[in-house]
Design a protein around this ligand. Structure first.
Ligand code: TXA
Ligand code: MG
Length: 318
C-alpha cells in the first residue's frame, strides 16, 4: 500500500486518519498545495517527515488544525491573531504565534523555537482528516526538500513515492501556492512569506504589516540563527569521553551518559529526542553539554546541522 494514490472518498479519509494516529505519514490535499502530514504531537512521526523530505536542517513545520479553537488551544493568540483568523480561516493564511506552556506539539515540529506556525486549511478533505485524526497535523509541502510544491497527487508520488504511507487524491489544488505566513508574536505583525492571502487583503484587515527578510522558502527559519534554540550551556561535539562537569548526551553505544538520544543508534529516534534532551541538560550545574558523534547520513545531517548551530558561541551567531 505504501506510496499508493487513492481517491479521497470517505472510507480512504478515515483510513488516512487512522494511519496518522498510528504515527504514519499521509499526503493530503489542501487548497494551497499537498501536505505531507504527521501527528504533530508525535516526535517520531515528525522526525519521519524531515527524513522523508531530506530536509538538510529542521526548518519548522506548519501545524494544521480543524478550526480556530483547536489552533488557539496550542498557541497564544492576541487580538490581531484573532482578527486574522476570523477573517481568513479556513484559508491560506498561517499565523506564527507563541506556543502555550501546555502545548502538546513536538518540539521538533517547530525546530525548537518557542513559536508555532498554525493554520486552518480551507479544504473539505483536509478538514475531515483533521477531525477524524483528532490531533493537530504537522504538514510541510509534500515534496523533497528543494523541489517545487506539489499541487496534484501525481506530483507527490513522483517526489516522495514509497516514503509516504498513503496519498489521498483530491484533485488539483485550488490555490496552488503556499499559504501566506504572518508572524503575530511581535508588537507589529510581520509578513514572513507571501502566499495565498495577499498583503493588501491582510492590511485591509489589520493595517500596515512589517515585512521581514525572506530567504526563499525559509523565512526566519533555522537559517536565522538568533531565533534557533541554542542551549545556554556550551556544547561540545564529537565527544567520546566527557570531561569532569560535562553532561554527556550520548548516541548509540556511548557507555554511561546523562541522556542518550537513541541507545539503539536510531537516527529517527535521536531526531525526535534532540530538542527535548538539549533542554533537559541545559542546567546551571552542567559545565558543558558534550555530545557523542552522530553519523552524517540521513536524518543525521539535520541533527548535526542543528548541533553545530547549538555549539556556535552566542557572539558568533549572526
Ligand atoms: O500552504 C502551505 O502553507 C502548505 C500546506 C501543506 O499547508 N505548507 C507549507 O509548509 O508550505 P512548508 O513546510 O513547506 O513551509 C512552512 C513555512 C516555512 O517557510 C517555515 O520556515 C515557516 O513556514 N515556518 C513554520 N514554522 C515557523 C515558525 N515557528 N516561525 C517562523 N516561520 C515558520
Ligand atoms: Mg515547502
Amino acid at each position: 500500500m505504501s506510496g499508493t494514490i487513492v481517491p479521497a472518498i470517505p472510507a480512504n479519509v478515515t483510513l488516512a486518519a487512522r494511519l496518522v494516529a498510528d504515527g504514519r505519514l499521509v499526503a493530503f490535499p489542501t487548497e494551497t498545495v499537498y501536505g505531507l502530514g504527521a501527528d504533530a504531537t508525535d516526535e517520531r512521526a515528525v522526525a519521519a517527515v524531515f527524513a522523508a523530505k531530506d530536509r538538510p536542517s529542521f526548518n519548522p513545520l506548519i501545524v494544521h488544525a480543524a478550526d480556530a479553537d483547536a489552533a488557539f488551544a496550542l498557541v497564544e493568540a492576541g487580538p490581531v491573531a484573532r482578527t486574522l483568523a476570523d477573517r481568513f480561516w479556513p484559508g491560506p493564511l498561517t499565523l506564527v504565534c507563541r506556543r502555550r506552556e501546555s502545548c502538546p506539539v513536538a518540539l521538533l515540529a517547530s525546530a525548537g523555537l518557542d513559536t508555532i506556525a498554525v493554520r486552518v486549511p480551507d479544504h473539505p478533505i483536509a478538514l475531515s482528516l483533521l477531525r477524524q485524526a483528532g490531533t493537530p497535523i504537522a504538514a510541510p509541502s509534500a515534496n523533497r526538500s528543494g523541489a517545487v510544491s506539489p499541487t496534484t497527487a501525481a506530483h507527490v508520488a513522483q517526489s516522495l513515492g514509497q516514503r509516504v504511507a498513503l496519498i489521498l487524491d483530491g484533485g488539483p489544488c485550488r490555490v496552488g501556492v503556499e499559504s501566506t505566513v504572518v508572524d503575530v508574536c511581535g508588537p507589529r505583525p510581520a509578513l514572513l512569506r507571501p502566499g495565498g492571502v495577499s498583503a493588501e487583503d491582510l492590511e485591509a484587515a489589520i493595517g500596515p504589516l512589517a515585512v521581514a527578510a525572506v530567504e526563499g522558502d525559509a523565512p526566519r527559519s533555522p537559517g536565522m540563527l538568533a531565533r534557533h534554540y541554542a542551549p545556554g550551556r556550551p556544547v561540545r561535539l564529537g565527544v567520546t569521553q566527557a570531561r569532569p562537569g560535562e553532561a554527556l548526551l550520548g548516541f548509540g553505544d556511548a557507555g554511561p551518559c546523562a541522556l542518550n538520544l537513541s541507545p539503539a543508534g536510531d537516527l529517527g529516534e535521536a531526531a525526535a529526542n534532540l530538542f527535548a534532551m538539549l533542554r533537559a541538560l541545559d542546567r546551571p550545574e552542567v559545565a558543558a553539554i558534550a555530545v557523542s558523534p552522530i553519523p552524517e547520513t540521513g536524518l543525521g545531517r539535520a541533527i548535526n546541522d542543528r548541533l553545530r548551530r547549538a555549539a556556535t558561541p552566542a557572539d558568533d551567531q549572526t
